[in-house]
Design a binder for this molecule. Structure first.
Ligand code: PSU
Ligand code: MN
Length: 307
């Protein structure tokens, strides 16, 4: 069988695909492992609404019932949100085993990109990407997201990388993997909760049309993914210095409890939620919605070019 045989594409998305209408892929690890219940469920629904309100069809992606599901029902969203950490976190290496077992899994940025590409979807919105963890020179912990961006032709709209990661090393690995990093209305690579990291992006873009033009050329060249870094809205942003103490504390707690590997990012996000009295989550939800809006604008611009 071909990989396509494992896809289950919702009828609305298949129809949009056939008609060349704009579609935005959305990931599901953010639902299962990125946020607590019930805020995760509210977020998943709201982000789909933002995509629709901006003229595109949302395609939330997960692994469920032995299928790579593209476009989830409300009951599917609820299952993922309620299962939370009991669901699997599907990275590239996990896919065959999860399909074989009929498991329920949230898909990471890497896996969502892979499934989106199989389904013919070129634009994907998330919160933050995985990256090179602080201390990676010892742990070798580098997210599979960075490798996937190098090889899979999907544009990922994110709010940069969290400073629980080593942002300088993350940008180096993106360069090694040949991934264009675009700043959407910014010269500075954003740091998720903060609008600036102090590191520059390769190229600044100021409109969805400019992004679409560049994506069309990237596709003509037969190259891989593109990272579009869109800063968190001003009203929801933290000063980098205000959040750094919480980040250090969360990292120290992870170290003390021996949290490593795929558990690291979910643990750090949960600790940040606790340490900030829930405020990190409010910012996280705001930036995801902002990314969904920009992704829809880009998808609309891209569909207009090829129509
Ligand atoms: N960053 C967030 N929330 C998330 C993730 C990252 O703010 O939920 C998820 C994404 O799905 C990302 C994954 O692809 O964590 C990266 O995990 P790892 O660091 O284990 O590669
Ligand atoms: Mn990792």
């Amino acid at each position: 069988m071909s990989a396509q045989a494992y896809l289950s594409i919702a009828p609305e998305i298949a129809a949009a695909r056939a008609a060349g209408r704009p579609i935005v892929a959305l990931e599901s690890t953010i639902i299962t492992h990125g946020m607590p219940y019930p805020q995760n469920l509210a977020m998943a629904r709201e982000v789909e609404t933002v995509v629709r309100d901006n003229g595109a069809v949302p395609a939330t992606i997960a692994i469920m019932d032995g299928k790579l599901k593209v476009g989830l029902s409300d009951a599917d969203l609820e299952t993922l949100a309620r299962e939370g950490h009991k669901a699997a976190k599907a990275s590239r290496r996990d896919m065959a085993a999860l399909l074989a077992n009929g498991a329920t899994a949230g898909t990471t940025v890497a896996t969502t990109m892979q499934i989106a590409a199989l389904a013919g979807i070129a634009i994907f919105a998330t919160g933050g990407i995985g990256g090179v963890h602080r201390g990676a020179e010892q742990s070798f912990d580098i997210s599979a997201d960075l490798e996937e961006l190098g090889r899979t032709p999907v544009a990922v709209i994110c709010a940069g990388a969290k400073s629980i990661l080593d942002i300088a090393k993350t940008l180096e690995v993106l360069e090694t993997n040949g991934v264009p990093v675009l700043g959407f209305g910014t010269d500075d690579f954003p740091a998720f909760w903060a609008r600036q990291s102090g590191y520059k992006v390769d190229h600044r873009v100021d409109s969805a049309a400019d992004v679409a033009r560049m994506l069309a050329i990237q596709a003509d060249l037969g190259m891989g993914g593109v990272l579009i870094a869109n800063p968190i809205p001003e009203a929801d942003a933290w000063e980098a210095s205000a959040i750094e103490d919480f980040i250090r504390q969360a990292l120290a707690d992870a170290e003390a409890q021996g949290i490593k590997g795929k558990a690291a990012t979910p643990f750090l996000l949960q600790r940040m939620f606790e340490l900030t009295g829930g405020k990190s989550l409010d910012s996280n939800i705001a930036l995801v919605k902002n990314n969904a809006r920009v992704a829809a604008d880009i998808a609309v611009a891209l569909a207009g070019r090829t129509a």
